[in-house]
Design a protein around this ligand. Structure first.
Ligand SMILES: O=C(O)CCC(=O)C(=O)O
Length: 286
């Protein structure tokens, strides 16, 4: 696969090069290597590690069941952590992400959500899906910035993308395999296209279009977490978005967009968080 490799961590220069922009336009994704430093990644892991070790629920954000046999109940994903953690908020609104996003969007970026995935050994993945199925950004779509916090590969359930699907419509999902995916929706790769794994190192950021089909398989490694911090963004020209997504400028000011219909948290869980239950999913499945 062609993944653009460049270190954009320095100030001043464009975070993305021409080749990365071209790849994003053609394939729907690109990777910026080493955009965040190892110290920054370690600080994020320490922040969320402490949240998990405390074992206390934070309603609407984190609902752990310490010691549960299901690794994803012991280490559930953290939803909208930027609303409970100043470090997560700084990361979501980071100036390097802003610069890359505005190059990709061609306009001002607004932040729509953040998430942190622990994905411990043995955890299920998230079946192939399209983010804008959940965010329902209109007109247009969203962009994800997916920051690797560990060495991420096929063995520990790294992300897979289906290049070119960003130019296609939103597909009606099928039901996912509950043994392999914590989320219900599954979008099979369209005929002739296949899912391609994206191997990453801590600090690398994968940017991808909100209509790109992507997802991950279970973490089959015996002992390696696959942690990632994820931000979703929209262009300033977006008019509507799902009510779950409380958009912010990259300076942190709230921007209220009209609410689009059919939206829900990203990935309808087979066992939903209490905070997700009242929000009807795109298929009314919650
Ligand atoms: O990290 C994963 O396994 C899935 C994340 C994802 O699909 C997303 O952020 O949209």
């Amino acid at each position: 696969m062609r993944v653009e490799a460049m270190n954009g961590a320095g100030g001043g220069a464009h975070v993305l090069g021409e080749a990365a922009l071209r790849q994003y336009r053609e394939d729907g994704f690109t990777v910026v290597r080493g955009l965040f430093g190892h110290d920054e990644v370690e600080a994020l892991c320490a922040e969320f590690g402490a949240l998990q070790a405390a074992g206390r629920p934070v309603p609407g954000h984190f609902e752990p069941y310490p010691g549960d046999a299901d690794p994803l109940r012991a280490y559930p994903r953290v939803l909208h952590p930027h609303e409970i953690s100043p470090l997560a908020r700084r990361t979501l609104l980071d100036a390097r992400l802003r610069e890359a996003l505005e190059e990709l969007l061609g306009e001002e970026a607004l932040a729509a959500q953040s998430m942190f995935y622990f994905k411990p050994p043995g955890a299920r993945g998230q079946a192939l899906h399209q983010d804008n199925f959940y965010l329902r950004v209109e007109p247009g779509t969203c962009v994800a910035a997916w920051l690797a916090c560990d060495v991420i590969d096929r063995d520990n359930g790294g992300l897979e993308v289906v290049p070119g699907t960003h130019r296609m419509r939103l597909f009606c999902p099928e039901e996912a395999d509950a043994q392999a995916s914590f989320a219900r929706e599954y979008v099979p790769p369209p005929p002739g296209l296949t899912a391609t794994p994206v191997d990453m190192a801590p600090g690398d950021v994968l940017f991808f279009n909100g209509s790109l089909v992507h997802g991950s398989r279970p973490n089959h490694s015996g002992d390696r977490f696959r942690r990632s911090f994820i931000g979703h963004y929209v262009g300033r020209s977006a008019e509507r978005i799902g009510g779950y997504y409380r958009t912010l400028t990259m300076s942190g000011a709230r921007v209220v967009l009209a609410e689009s219909e059919g939206a829900g948290p990203c990935g309808t869980e087979f066992t939903p968080h209490a905070s997700q239950a009242p929000e009807p999913g795109p298929n009314g499945s919650g």
